[in-house]
Design a protein around this ligand. Structure first.
Ligand code: BG6
Length: 469
């Protein structure tokens, strides 16, 4: 029997997480091709421009210019004591069109330099292979993950980066929030529907192709970097039944399964029995090739990385929405809400960690959790973000309680340790950082970086390995 875990393990991976497209900027530098994130002027929940509109402001094109500021930014992360730093490789820096014969050397070199810098500063890179960054050309030419051809292109990209960074990167994630194929298939998989299509058919076929690609990536990773761990990544903010009415409870379980099915497949290795009923009701017929299911069964995730921001509730028969924070249903009267309508629920994190560990029995990694708020700098330009400290403290206490519950947790990477562009809305105003970046929604500002009060708080948490929360 596992002994009682009363505190954070010695090797707990403390750190922070960003995504290439929300931070790097330099959207067309050094041979980078366009990727889908380049075409959302107001975030991934809103309009997508298949062709860039002249004169339109696209916030991610410059973002916070991490591409040129990464040394200074990583120095700040080192000052907080980060053991791990999560970012993505933007696929379109490596293969600008997605289907190129040869990779783009300048793109490869950038990530070499970036990972070297992290390692020099004592941080393990945790790398997402695809964080809403499918090359635009693959969308135009092949309809993105609708086509099985994407499996081959993705495998080639994975093999290239595994070989190149084998000595540097030991922690990998395949598709960011792959279960967002259901809520935001444009961002998650480059899927933009055509008139008259059965949306569910397209989503599940594309998801199937991604499952095969995921298995192939795991195979390649283990062969090329035997000491690496590669996980899957899901958006798992939670949903409670709105009441104890059995219909509320049952339908909430069904709804939750629409997310968990992605974990069930990539962790257990096979489609769960309840899929047959979902596909029947939605008139979905997924085409598989011989060998697909065997591949998925054989190459499963080493760990589950997930994002957790909030919870919501579900009432029987009511429509359900979702955004970058997860599913969104009927508000919970017991919880406080951020200006973006996200309900803060630290105990929900403990609940979710327990639920997931009971279900999967593999290590969990909280790879996104954080508070997006409006920060008002004082007359000296300093942000006093007690609300963020409070959010963080309460979520870390919940995480410590989950460790005591017996959950196996590898680490915690706070989302957006430095202010970046919001994925959902494209705003800079929605800030998560411990470090303020002087840039606004319209792209004005000096890009100067300044520590907020939460910087010292998190620094002390890491210094004491979570003893002082
Ligand atoms: C997750 C994404 O959905 O939520 C991130 O993986 C995103 O890319 C984060 O930034 C927070 O969402 P938002 O919309 O506040 O940036």
């Amino acid at each position: 029997m596992k002994s009682l875990q009363n505190s954070f393990p010695e090797d707990f991976l403390w750190g922070g997480a960003i995504a290439a497209n929300q931070a790097e900027g330099a959207y067309n530098e050094d041979g980078k091709g366009l990727d889908i994130s380049d075409g959302f002027p107001h975030g991934i929940k809103h309009r997508y421009d298949p062709e860039l509109v002249p004169g339109q402001f696209y916030p991610t094109h410059e973002a916070i210019d991490f591409y040129h500021h990464y040394k200074e930014d990583l120095a700040l992360m080192q000052e907080m004591g980060f053991k791990v730093f999560r970012t993505s490789i933007n696929w379109s820096r490596i293969f600008p069109n997605g289907d190129d014969e040869m990779p783009n050397e300048k793109g490869l070199q950038f990530y070499d330099d970036l990972f070297d810098e992290m390692l020099k500063r004592g941080m393990q890179p945790l790398v997402t292979l695809s964080h809403y960054e499918t090359p635009t050309n693959l969308v135009k030419k092949y309809g993105s993950w609708r086509s099985r051809k994407l499996i081959g292109f993705f495998a080639k990209y994975c093999e290239t980066v595994f070989r190149r960074y084998a000595g540097k990167v030991k922690y990998w994630l395949t598709f960011n929030e792959i279960n967002n194929m259901r809520r935001m298939p444009g961002a998650a998989g480059g899927i933009f529907f055509k008139k008259g299509e059965n949306h569910q058919q397209v989503v599940y076929q594309a998801s199937h192709n991604m499952f095969v690609a995921n298995a192939l990536a795991i195979k390649l990773c283990h062969e090329i970097i035997p000491d690496a761990k590669i996980g899957c990544m899901l958006s798992l903010s939670n949903v409670y039944p709105h009441s104890c009415r059995p219909e509320d409870v049952f339908e909430t379980m069904e709804l939750r399964r629409r997310s968990l099915l992605y974990g069930d497949i990539m962790i257990r290795g096979y489609y769960p029995n309840y899929m047959a009923d979902i596909w029947d009701k939605e008139d979905v017929h997924v085409e598989m090739e011989p060998g697909d299911e065997e591949m998925m069964r054989k190459y499963t995730a080493d760990y589950l990385g997930f994002s957790y921001y909030r919870t919501t509730t579900h009432e029987y028969g009511t429509p359900f929405y979702g955004d970058t924070g997860g599913d969104q249903g009927t508000p919970n009267p017991y919880l406080k809400t951020t200006p973006w309508g996200w309900q803060i629920d630290p105990l929900g994190l403990r609940f979710t960690l327990n639920e997931l560990y009971d279900r999967y029995q593999i290590p969990l990694f909280v790879v996104e959790n954080g508070l997006g708020q409006i920060d008002e700098p004082d007359e000296n330009g300093i942000v006093h973000d007690d609300y963020r400290i409070d959010y963080l403290r309460q979520h870390l206490m919940a995480l410590r309680d989950a460790l005591r519950d017996g959950v196996d947790i590898m680490g915690y990477t706070y989302w957006g340790p430095i202010d970046i562009v919001s994925a959902g809305t494209g705003e800079m105003k929605k800030r998560y950082g411990f470090v303020y970046v002087d840039r606004d929604n319209e792209g004005h500002g000096t890009m100067e970086r300044r520590k907020k009060d939460s910087f010292a708080y998190y620094q002390n948490v890491i210094r004491t390995n979570g003893q002082e929360l």
